[in-house]
Design a protein around this ligand. Sequence first.
Ligand code: ZN
Length: 61
Amino acid sequence: METQEPYQITKKKCCRCGQVKPLAEYGKEGKARDGHKSKCKNCFNAKQREYRKNSPAQARG
Ligand SMILES: [Zn+2]
């Protein structure tokens, strides 16, 4: 069983994939309350890839 640390948040749930991941898996977001993006890097990259796919004019390679 995992022990939760109430005073130091080291993990959070991704709003896209719903997986609980360490904060290191989230990009920095100064405006966010906890200083990290709400989506994990994996989902963030996936979204960017989708965006590029939908915008072939800007895509390269
Ligand atoms: Zn995610």
